[in-house]
Design a protein around this ligand. Sequence first.
Ligand SMILES: *[C@@H]1O[C@H](CO)[C@@H](O)[C@H](O)[C@H]1NC(C)=O
Ligand SMILES: *[C@@H]1O[C@H](CO)[C@@H](O)[C@H](O)[C@H]1NC(C)=O
Ligand SMILES: *[C@@H]1O[C@H](CO)[C@@H](O)[C@H](O)[C@H]1NC(C)=O
Ligand SMILES: *[C@@H]1O[C@H](CO)[C@@H](O)[C@H](O)[C@H]1NC(C)=O
Ligand SMILES: *[C@@H]1O[C@H](CO)[C@@H](O)[C@H](O)[C@H]1NC(C)=O
Ligand SMILES: *[C@@H]1O[C@H](CO)[C@@H](O)[C@H](O)[C@H]1NC(C)=O
Length: 935
Amino acid sequence: MAPRWWLLILFLGGSVLQASSQPNSRGFISIDCGLMGEESYVDDETNLLYVSDAGITDTGTPYNISAEYYRPWRSRNVRSLRSFPDGARNCYTLRSLVSGLKYLFRATFLYGNYDGLNKPPTSFDLYIGVNFWTVVNMSWWGSDQDNRAEVEAIVVVPHDLVQVCLVNTGGGTPFISGLELRPLKMSLYPQATAELGLFVRRRQNFGAINETIIRFPDDPYDRIWDTWSDATMWAEMTTTERVNRLDGDYFEAPMAVLQTAITPLNASGSIKFGWDAEPQPNNLSPGYLAVLHFAELQLLDGDALRQFNISLNDESRFPGYTPPGYLNRGYVYNSFPYPRVSSYDFSLNATANTTLPPIINAYEVFSVITTTNVGTEPQDASAAMTIKAKYKVQKNWMGDPCFPKTMTWDSLNCSYATASPPRITSINLSSSGLNGDISSSFGNLKALEYLNLSNNNLTGSIPDSLSQLQSLTDIDLSGNQLNGSIPSGLLKRIQDGSLNLRHGNNPNLCTGNNTCQLAAKRKSKLAIYVVVPLFVIVVIVSVAAVVLFLLRRRKQPQGSMDNMVTIKPQNEEEMPTSHGGANYSLRLLENCQFTYKELKMITNGFERVLGQGGFGRVYDGFLEDGTQVAVKLRSHSSNQGVKEFLAEARILTRVHHKNLVTMIGYCKDGEYMALVYEYMSQGTLQEHIAGRGRSLPWWQRLRIALESAQGLEYLHTACNPPLIHRDVKATNILLNARLEAKIADFGLSKAFDRHNGNYISTNALVGTPGYVDPEYQATVQPTTKSDVYSFGVVLLELVTGKPAILSEPEPTNIIHWVRQRLARGNIEGVVDVQMQGGYNVNSVWKVAEIALKCTAQASAQRPSMADVVAQLQECVVLEGGHTPDFNTGGRNSDYSSWNYNACAGGQSTDVSRNAAFGTELRMPTVGLGLAPATR
Ligand SMILES: *[C@@H]1O[C@H](CO)[C@@H](O)[C@H](O)[C@H]1NC(C)=O
Ligand SMILES: *[C@@H]1O[C@H](CO)[C@@H](O)[C@H](O)[C@H]1NC(C)=O
Ligand SMILES: *[C@@H]1O[C@H](CO)[C@@H](O)[C@H](O)[C@H]1NC(C)=O
Ligand SMILES: *[C@@H]1O[C@H](CO)[C@@H](O)[C@H](O)[C@H]1NC(C)=O
Ligand SMILES: *[C@@H]1O[C@H](CO)[C@@H](O)[C@H](O)[C@H]1NC(C)=O
Ligand SMILES: *[C@@H]1O[C@H](CO)[C@@H](O)[C@H](O)[C@H]1NC(C)=O
């Protein structure tokens, strides 16, 4: 009997147990406002970790609602809240978002007589960044008798930092109970763009079983699907069969939502539903967008037809609509808002020819929020926030420093130009009780003209960085405790008359006098005698520590996983007594082997299909700690190659790099073989460059190129003989919640027929048309340079936004297409028009050049992956500025720089190492045709 153990795998980078307002492994941020007494808790219903708001706002007062408003069915989120009696605008600052990504924002409000006054505010305004989100009104729909309101929006965030602000408009004290952020796949909700956000008005699931609200984990994006049932109007239909997924699905309605539907009670009837427009001026939306979700739940016989007309306010919108066949999903939606009227009524009427009544499974309605307001230039805003935090400035310093004009921070002046974001031009913090040294962040305010810090208690020296501020003409530092001398840069600017510096009344400040220079010299001597030896000691100690660490690591090859994996027995009683707990854990850790039963639990009975590949279906699953995983399952496998499969899989669980999709475990249990991978929520690179939905900007493409190159370089260098991928392509590069790229589907030999999954004993050519190295094609001997070739094709796809094989006007290889155009010096004719010029021409040129070198006919002329990485790094530098969090993404260590041989170690693996990874394919190899995990 297989011991019933559970692997509890905690990735450092995505630990759900970490209590902070940082995004979790899925990129979710879940905040319980006003939570006190404990920092965080795991919500019973969703199993998500909610954290206190204490670290993300510095104003407001926490409260609990009155006990009589506690309800057992309510989420715990609404029990506490934060109220903002002071100031016109109060904000939450959310960090570590992914700039350019689409997020679902949800804010919850429940008054619950928290202040004992029994007088909820009538209304206040809510903003996402500098853009108006909604009026929060405790009395219109969306709120219930207990004065509860919940608002949702889908917006593209412009920066990695976003503020959510409550603005007091005279309707009572603003408050908030909960704030949740959920990243969405970029391709979802194509109506939401950088300029337009969607305000969610309705999201309703028809015929829900027992009126259960559907959200996470049934909906991986944690949208909330309310229920609507009315047995007097509609008959309900349900199925337990799986509703098929749809490639390129724009809305990804959860399976549980599509498994229920309604039809009219009598066959000739129609389905009607609608909504009222919110009163102006609360809602400035030009109109509404709707999405109607359908799935046929009845197996129709030959002559049966379900066909209906969809009309809105008696105007035909989608005539003769037929839901896609049995258990397939479909939707209809409008891209441009339905113009504003006072109310909207959809009706679904049977056509003349139909034999079955209309059906509908769910619908969503949105109004539109314009998100074209531009906040303060990000570097200015960030510097101002740092200054605020450093000196604990009270005043009204909340939200965006310059926007809107009416709420510009006190003591600050901004300049406003039409075509560019507002800049901070002056700061007057005179007599503001500032302590400490002069923040270096002042040096980041590049448009600053006037700076007054007089009459404070500032200490330390004057930073020379101020002299770099070209627009700065006046500095007043008088009346402080500054010391040191005036930096030479500033002196120069004073001498040439471009700067006026006041520094009187700083008793310890040296102003170019001889006596001072002496004092300064003495100081620098002191530095040599004291600071330098100290530095040397620190260096020696650090080096020793690193050496010791590395030595330890060498001794225990599995050490790389010590940091990443912990193991917890599920059932203490069944723990075998003959094993010490630790030893047993280690053995499990070595194997990372799951039983079929465990996989069934992880995937909740193989419920949600993420994709379908040659290896088999890919399922969504959760480990016990909530870590989301993708399970690739194959059944009816023959016994051929099982030993090799196990040996290979065991090795792959040891290959770790931040740019390789981590294989968490595997399974060989009876007829089942399975592989368990980390979940990559943003899907394949292909989906992001194929031009559907919002397409990636150049700096993000460049970053993805570098990250994937690093992953491949690791494969090529970490193992000896090198691991050759053999099927590098855009669908084998997956993106996680932070849009970080990781190489997928590597390692297992590919001599498996992708179509029928049969084991092939001969060395078959593997790869995908358009990506295959011509030399490999000729020799059937893959080398690392075959991967380089394929990677070159991926680079070309990133530059052009076009597929590896172009179909128009006639089938052409992308390499040929690009070479032809570049030969004429025409880079603009090659670059993806969707990037709309948002790139540095030099960096695009350079990437195109790298790509063409990679795709050279003769492998000897191609660079190595290490060369490619170095070149791409230069491109990132050329692009400049746009990649603030570069290389800081994954918290998993980058083992490649340690030259840690993940493939060595482990006694039992030696036998098959050559077969699994060899460049020579003389031995019969076995492997699994892991087709791309299309998600
Ligand atoms: C709310 O209640 C919790 C426990 O019930 C308590 O720890 C916390 O201090 C209360 N918060 C406030 C603001 O009173
Ligand atoms: C719905 O409710 C009934 C009665 O309360 C219960 O027996 C049934 O199991 C529920 N169904 C589901 C799917 O929860
Ligand atoms: C749909 O049917 C309803 C009644 O069944 C009718 O009132 C309505 O006018 C019809 N709409 C259209 C567009 O035919
Ligand atoms: C209904 O059936 C008739 C005859 O088969 C056909 O001519 C007509 O186009 C059909 N109408 C629709 C809306 O499909
Ligand atoms: C400086 O700090 C002292 C106490 O530390 C205080 O008395 C004095 O008012 C402060 N000066 C200014 C200008 O804020
Ligand atoms: C230099 O020091 C003398 C006193 O030693 C003082 O009178 C003079 O003002 C100082 N010069 C400057 C530029 O501060």
